[in-house]
Design a protein around this ligand. Structure first.
Ligand code: GRF
Length: 190
């Protein structure tokens, strides 16, 4: 049985799907901790509803101390899942959890990645570039934004009339469909 920590800054719809998936598929893993950099993030209310421990991090503590690492060790965390977490992961954490931190990106990397490429910025760029498809990328996290090795991708069609919000909708559908099962596959390979 593996222990997962989810780092999220926003709504937490992916976090919720992951929690529910592992409640339904007992024995593989459980989400034991939600970490957020925003004290008022809806993901924290969801954690409370789901009965999952939650922790808010401050920027100075995250970057200048190893408190977060101690917290993860206390929960015996095996895998860190970034689901809409916007801060760059500091190198002490990448080193301690090398190959054990994954992220989901709402586009087909290496296109449309890097600093500032999150949320609707990504979907607007996809539209402006006239892309015929977009999708999701699940990848390992290293010291740079969106550059770690790719684990899984799934694509969706972008129709000429699709607006950024339509692309967002299609991409989110793929995220909710694939993220949790891909995490389960990864953990079962271990
Ligand atoms: C997702 O689109 C994910 O790709 C990302 O941020 C978004 C988070 O959405 N990097 P939610 O908070 O899980 O609803």
């Amino acid at each position: 049985m593996k222990n997962i920590a989810i780092f999220a800054s926003g709504r937490g719809s992916n976090a919720e799907k992951i929690i529910e998936y592992f409640k339904r598929h007992e024995g593989i893993a459980r989400v034991c901790l939600i970490v957020s950099n925003k004290a008022d993030a809806p993901v924290l209310d969801m954690a409370t509803r789901e009965g999952i421990d939650r922790h808010v991090i401050k920027k100075s503590t995250f970057y200048q101390t190893k408190d977060t690492l101690n917290l993860l060790h206390n929960y015996q965390i095996d895998l860190i899942v970034l689901a809409g977490f916007l801060w760059l992961v500091p190198s002490y954490l990448v080193e301690a959890y090398r190959g054990k931190i994954i992220n989901i990106h709402p586009a087909l990397l290496p296109k449309f990645g890097g600093k500032g490429m999150y949320g609707m910025n990504v979907h607007k760029a996809v539209k402006e570039n006239g892309e015929k498809e977009s999708g999701i990328t699940i990848h390992y996290v290293n010291e740079a934004y969106d550059e770690g090795n790719i684990i899984f991708q799934a694509a969706c069609e972008v129709a000429p009339e699709d607006q950024p919000k339509d692309i967002a909708h299609k991409v989110q559908h793929l995220e909710h469909l694939h993220f949790a099962p891909e995490i389960a596959k990864l953990l079962q390979q271990d």
